[in-house]
Design a protein around this ligand. Structure first.
Ligand code: ZN
Length: 409
């Protein structure tokens, strides 16, 4: 008897595949039972879940990144660890970066009943984690992008950490404490992005509630960005899929030019990484050496407002269609474009940021027809966590991102 499966274009196709598995024509990929729960056609509208290709991921390649691979039936592809939040006895407050915004975002989503992340104690009791939790990235994992010289400097020199974080008072901390309170959190962020990228291929979407350290590159870090989690995630993903995931459309809408990602694209001669960057051209880092790597570069003026900004983002996404069929959309969703941000110097409203994020997700689903992974990146104003959680709430509601496989939510 014929069964039916949706292809990525939304057309119902007959499938004779036995054993309860179904076949994705475009990707030559078997869909899991949990995936089928999403792909059995209840309506013709495409969903991110229908873009997932679980068979492409060699999960053992992530054994150093996650303790056990997140179950499709009990864990949503939101990635987070409490260790993302940096606290250094108040010293962290000397930098405008709200280094605990990540936990605030989780708390706000939790308060709305959209996620139910449990503390370690609660997890032990209930055994029902609903977010994926990364391990800390190892030295070896970081060396997939970074030079041994840089990794050694990060681990042996307070000065290097000060340079990256722009926090001179850190110089006086005992090195072991500095490693534990500052460097280790960055390693969790990096591992989180690596895990999120893999989950995006498996499930069709994933959001790391951290990450997006787009100023870091192989030889160095800057602007509170220690590790190039973007290239770490993409390079591992290409290996873990035997090259099935190749072309990546990277959309960087943080207010700062993503110079680290661009520099590493040049260093690795990565022509399959398509970079779209809309940023404030009048602020840090003004890295001209990185510009040749950007496929669509849109530097805007300080003071840009909603209409001008959204028009620029819309045009950049349209222009990106000249690179057809990416295997993954990587969205670096910095919220430092927000009005009042102490570093960004744009005047973008919370509502426009919500529209922007929605626009990128719609582009991935309907135009690129590719899985999407999102990182939070910069966002320095005190209200950043409110803006992020409001936008995530909108995405969750619009794209049914908190629906567990097989549920009708
Ligand atoms: Zn930024």
């Amino acid at each position: 008897m014929l069964s039916w499966v949706l292809n990525p274009l939304g057309i119902s196709l007959p499938s004779k595949t036995p054993l309860g598995a179904k076949f994705d024509n475009r990707r030559s990929c078997m869909l899991s039972a949990a995936q089928q729960a999403h792909t059995v056609p209840q309506s013709s509208a495409p969903t991110f879940a229908s873009l997932g290709r679980p068979c492409l991921i060699r999960k053992e390649d992530y054994a150093d990144i996650v303790k056990a691979w997140p179950s499709e039936r009990s864990t949503l592809p939101f990635v987070y660890h409490d260790a993302y939040n940096v606290t250094i006895f108040g010293i962290e407050k000397l930098h405008p970066f709200d280094s605990c915004k990540f936990s605030k975002v989780v708390d706000k989503l939790n308060a709305q009943g959209l996620l139910s992340y449990q503390t370690h104690e609660e997890k032990k009791q209930k055994h029902t984690p609903q977010m994926a939790e990364p391990l800390m990235a190892t030295h070896e994992a970081l060396l997939n992008v970074h030079t041994p010289k840089y990794i050694d400097a990060i681990h042996s020199s307070n000065m290097k950490v000060v340079q990256v974080t722009e926090l001179p008072p850190l110089l006086i901390l005992p090195p072991p404490l500095l490693q534990r309170q500052v460097v280790n959190p960055m390693k969790y962020h990096a591992a989180g992005t690596m895990l999120a990228a893999a989950l995006a291929i498996e499930r069709g979407w994933s959001i790391n509630l951290g990450g997006g350290m787009h100023h870091a590159y192989a030889n160095d870090g800057m602007g509170w960005c220690m590790f190039d989690d973007v290239h770490l995630a993409i390079r591992r993903l290409r290996t873990a899929t035997n090259g099935a995931v190749k072309k990546v459309l990277y959309i960087d809408l943080d207010v700062h030019q993503g110079n680290g990602v661009s520099r590493d694209k040049l260093a690795f001669k990565d022509e399959d990484l398509i970079i779209v960057d809309v940023f404030n051209g009048g602020i840090f880092p003004k890295d001209e050496d990185a510009w040749p790597a950007i496929n669509i570069s849109v530097p805007l003026r300080s003071g840009a407002r909603d209409a001008e900004y959204l028009k620029a983002v819309r045009q950049a996404l349209e222009d990106a269609t000249q690179w057809s069929q990416p295997d993954l959309v990587f969205y670096n969703a910095g919220t430092d474009v927000l009005e009042g941000d102490p570093l960004g110097r744009f005047n973008i409203s919370p509502s426009a940021i919500q529209q922007r994020d929605q626009m990128v997700f719609e582009h991935a689903l309907h135009v690129a027809k590719a899985p999407i992974v999102m990182t939070l990146s910069g966002g320095y104003a005190p209200q950043s966590s409110d803006v992020i959680s409001a936008s995530l709430s909108n995405l969750i509601r619009l794209f049914q991102l908190n629906a567990m496989p097989g549920s009708s939510a």
